[in-house]
Write a protein that binds this ligand. Structure first.
Ligand code: GCO
Length: 475
């Protein structure tokens, strides 16, 4: 299949502040809920110890090198997030100029390299001080978020065209406030119910604010989507998969795009289901310029009497990544079609990628499983475009190996390998593959031969050949 994309299609890679920056600089930053979550987790492996030091990729020191790597990979765009506590240490008070300066310089440097910034305002790192004041369950939280967003937009709206308010709200609500597996480690549907309402309002109010900056081109959100496949054709499993779809896929998108609160909130929050006034409801459903889809896997769902929502997930039936997630590229096409049918809004794939247990041999990382994963998913994007889905870009998760939340530093998603002791960066074979794909799309005529070789599907059947062919010219 020809893998040539429309001329203005954006190829990028994504990261988030907490996962890469490293909390080592005494630049006045405030701590986040993740910082305290890490310190309370048990240390087992060497990786855990590195994680506790919270240096991760030390991107806050090596950011210029990382921008050069983005450029070396020929990426059109870079999706990053701003750390709220770096900009406003207490979350709702004085601004930390050094923190702001970091993002100011980062954006300038990206633009100097011809890389379009896509900025996420909230990628899960709530300032700890705000959590002490109730976090997202505090009714003032939409005002806190608005103030923070205004501070960032005042600085960067003139240079950043693509803005995302929230990354994966379902994950940080469900895992952080109902299951307690992510920061802030709360297990309370009552707390989550209050937070749900405040997060919904926060996005709507902030999106309105961002619209007042004329230079901002597009405003969206990034939502994790997974097709929920019934584990069997039984009516009970089919009904369970519908419940999971409503909870996992529609819980935030329905209110934000269509202005409607899904019925499943009754089952999720029970007697704590929040009340909505007419004027609050009217605030929802504002038009988004895009929906960002974070796609990794699909889920096999069955009915189970004793689980949350009477739903359980069956183990994958095919090959999995190092996260244990089923590899299902078709699910990406399904998610794109579903999202467009439901919400009639342009789309980006704002995250797609895979963790594998990479090994460095002779200074090289031959991560062909990741090459195959990316290639198979990128082909699905091409198919979506051929089916007239307005898909505008694709971002690999992630640019760098980084801190994978409650998995610490043990799961590597990067196009670039990071040594967490020395902070050395090494481009993996998947990075070269992606670079070739981008070159091919930029110069379809001139570099046909060289690039085509790297993109021929057959090369995936022969890993050694792929290695030779995937190398950039001159290395
Ligand atoms: C998420 C986050 C990323 C993760 C990635 C892999 O989607 O969970 O946006 O921060 O690291 O998805 O799990």
């Amino acid at each position: 299949m020809n893998i040539r994309f429309p001329e203005n299609f954006i190829f990028g890679a994504a990261t988030s502040a907490f996962q890469i920056e490293g909390n080592v600089h005494d630049d006045g930053s405030g701590k986040s809920i993740w910082s305290s979550f890490i310190q309370n987790s048990t240390v087992g492996s060497q990786e855990d110890e590195y994680a506790k030091s919270e240096t991760f990729c030390l991107h806050s020191s090596y950011w210029k090198r990382d921008v050069s790597l983005l450029s070396e990979l020929k990426l059109d765009s870079y999706r990053f997030s701003v750390s709220w506590g770096r900009v406003i240490p207490s979350g709702n008070g004085n601004v930390n100029q050094k923190g702001l300066q970091f993002y100011d310089q980062l954006v300038d440097n990206l633009l100097e390299h011809g890389i379009t910034p896509m900025l996420t305002l909230y990628h899960w790192d709530l300032p700890l001080e705000l959590q002490k004041n109730g976090g997202w369950a505090n009714p003032n939280s939409p005002d806190w978020f608005l103030l923070y967003s205004k501070t960032v937009a005042d600085l960067l709206a003139d240079r950043v065209p693509l803005w995302i308010t929230f990354n994966e709200p379902w994950i940080f609500m469900h895992l952080g406030m109902i299951q307690g597996e992510h920061a802030p480690g709360i297990k309370s549907p009552e707390y989550a119910a209050a937070a749900y309402k405040n997060i919904l309002l926060s996005h709507s109010r902030t999106a309105d604010l961002l619209r007042s900056y004329n230079q901002i081109r597009e405003i969206g959100i990034a939502s994790n989507l997974s097709p929920c496949i019934p584990a069997s054709p039984s009516p009970a499993d089919v009904a369970a998969s519908k419940r999971m779809d409503a909870y996992h896929n529609r819980f935030f998108l329905d209110p934000w795009v269509n202005g409607s609160i899904p019925e499943i909130t009754d089952q999720v929050f029970g007697k704590h289901n929040p009340e909505w006034s007419d004027s609050e409801l009217n605030e929802l459903g504002s038009e988004l310029d895009f929906i960002g889809i974070n796609y990794y896997t699909s889920k096999r769902i069955a009915h189970h009497d004793h689980d949350f929502l009477n739903v359980t997930e069956h183990p994958p039936q095919t090959e999995t990544t190092d996260m244990g997630w089923e590899i299902n590229p078709d699910g990406l096409l399904e998610a794109l079609i579903w999202a467009y049918e439901q919400y009639n809004t342009p789309l980006y794939v704002t995250e797609n990628g895979a963790a594998f247990n990479d090994v460095i041999q002779n200074g090289k990382i031959e991560d062909y499983s990741r090459v195959r994963y990316l290639h198979d998913h990128i082909l699905q994007c091409k198919k979506a475009i051929e089916q007239n889905i307005p898909l505008k870009g694709y971002y690999v998760w992630s640019l760098l190996d980084n801190y994978e939340w409650n998995h610490g530093l043990t799961k590597r998603f990067g196009l670039i390998h990071v040594d967490f002791e020395t902070y050395n960066r090494t481009i993996k074979q998947s990075g070269y593959y992606y670079r070739n794909l981008i070159s091919f799309n930029r110069h379809p005529n001139t570099s046909d031969l060289k690039s085509r070789r790297g993109l021929n599907l057959d090369f995936l059947d022969n890993f050694q050949a792929a290695y030779t062919q995937g190398q950039p010219a001159g290395t």
